[in-house]
Design a protein around this ligand. Sequence first.
Ligand SMILES: CC(C)(COP(=O)(O)OP(=O)(O)OC[C@H]1O[C@@H](n2cnc3c(N)ncnc32)[C@H](O)[C@@H]1OP(=O)(O)O)[C@@H](O)C(=O)NCCC(=O)NCCS
Length: 194
Amino acid sequence: MDDIKKLPTLISERIILRPINIIDCADMYDYAKRENVGPMAGWEPHQSIEETKNIIKTMQDEMLTETNIGVFSIVYKKSMKMIGTVGLHRLNKQRKTAELGYILNPDYWGKGLMVEAVTKIIPWFFDELGLYRLECGHFDINQQSKRVIEKCGFTLEGTFRKKIVLKDESRCDLHHYSILKEEYENNQLPWQKR
Ligand SMILES: CC(C)(COP(=O)(O)OP(=O)(O)OC[C@H]1O[C@@H](n2cnc3c(N)ncnc32)[C@H](O)[C@@H]1OP(=O)(O)O)[C@@H](O)C(=O)NCCC(=O)NCCS
């Protein structure tokens, strides 16, 4: 983990994953401004492209720090448009754990692209970074994210009851999952069995 100076570029069938860059700001703003995107992951829609630019700068500053791995942009090969992000956060080097988060432009939902992205990151996480436990969570109202988590092979560990306060002041449960290194190494994840 300490040897890594920069996030790599990872390539799969339909997408390229590479470190987020300021050149992504227009493509990111295109989806980050929409009402049905950020609030499902716990953040407010972006109000301006300047805000998006500042958020990307912060993501770059927080790349490969003591407590953070960083954010990959998802680039759709066909158009070379940046269509979302996959991030690895809350790194704990001593416990060898980190948390996964992801966002996709709604114009690209329903094509299995996030499962493609996450299943490209998982081998890098265990094999190259040598980490032990990948964590992930979703709001109870976010059934799309639940499906991504299930298809990637995460195991439900528990539910934080009514932990999340939504914009309309209502509360919802937060479900928490993980994948362990041995599950990946023993090919126990659904996408490894194909
Ligand atoms: C969660 C998210 C990344 C899913 O990505 P995706 O690549 O579209 O995922 P999939 O194509 O595997 O689809 C997931 C499920 O959503 C359903 N779905 C697809 N498009 C949909 C749409 N427009 N509306 C509602 N459901 C939809 C699919 O039927 C699929 O379920 P299935 O596998 O049982 O058929 C995407 O919806 C997103 O970015 N949401 C906003 C941000 C967010 O929620 N981030 C995660 C926070 S935990």
